[in-house]
Design a protein around this ligand. Sequence first.
Ligand code: SIN
Ligand code: FE
Length: 291
Amino acid sequence: MLAFCTLDADQWTQSFTAAEQERAIAALEAGQVVFCPNLRFVFIDCEDKFFSSAWSDGTSKNISFDATTGRLKGIRGGKSDVAQLAALMGRFAAGTRTLLDNLLPAYRDALVQARTSYRPVQIKGRAVSMAKDDSRLHPDAFVSRPAGERRILRVFCNVNPHGQGRAWRLGESFEPFARRFLPRIKPPFPGSRTLLYWLRVTRTPRTCYDHYMLGLHNAAKRDELYQKSCPQKAFTFPAGSTWLCFTDQVLHAVDAGQYLLEQTWLLPVAAMRSPDQSPQRIIQRLTRRQG
Ligand code: SIN
Ligand code: FE
């Protein structure tokens, strides 16, 4: 728990030694956080205006950018502002790609880019529904975009200009967590996953894994006792730092912070060095035993 692999990087284009690459891939696949305390993302002068929560449309959790469509969602702003923020987020996305290519060359041909998000709203005191409340420990599982055989690898950068850290908590490792909650989750009702797809609740049909992961995500967030008493450790990521982890595996929660950039990358389980450490394989093993 709360195992970190700290990397001495201060450039997005930095190259890494074979030993650093080895340390990083082993740490990530084991469910640790790779932390770069000195890797900052710089806003250029005219971008400083984006340091305001007023850019959020007030209903979405984050402002998100989809590189495949070029569309920005969740923002309130004029056309040129939208283009400017999209450019900033595109620059961040490109930076994370270079970082991952240099740090994790084994993943280079397999990574698929997903959403970029900008989070300008203060987390502390924000009102959200329980399922969306990221201040409760959870592994990431998407409702409408099932991950299937893909891992969720996220790169976070705290861009707060006032020196405010991003206060996280990290929980126990995935396997004991899954062992604790899986017995409470009913197997998928026959036909239900196809129906959800037909009804367009999901973009692709949920796999059995997606069903169980969403169940674990919701069960963990709902369990008050678990939230209070499970093993967890707080860590604040300073302003101007970057960190990455497989968020489908690392139990995480955020308590405070404002202005974060995040890039999601998807990695096929088969492209991992040790697929057995994936939540996909862990859940497969545990449900087989259970069933
Ligand atoms: C989350 O991924 O659950 C939230 C992380 C953050 O916004 O700091
Ligand atoms: Fe999350």
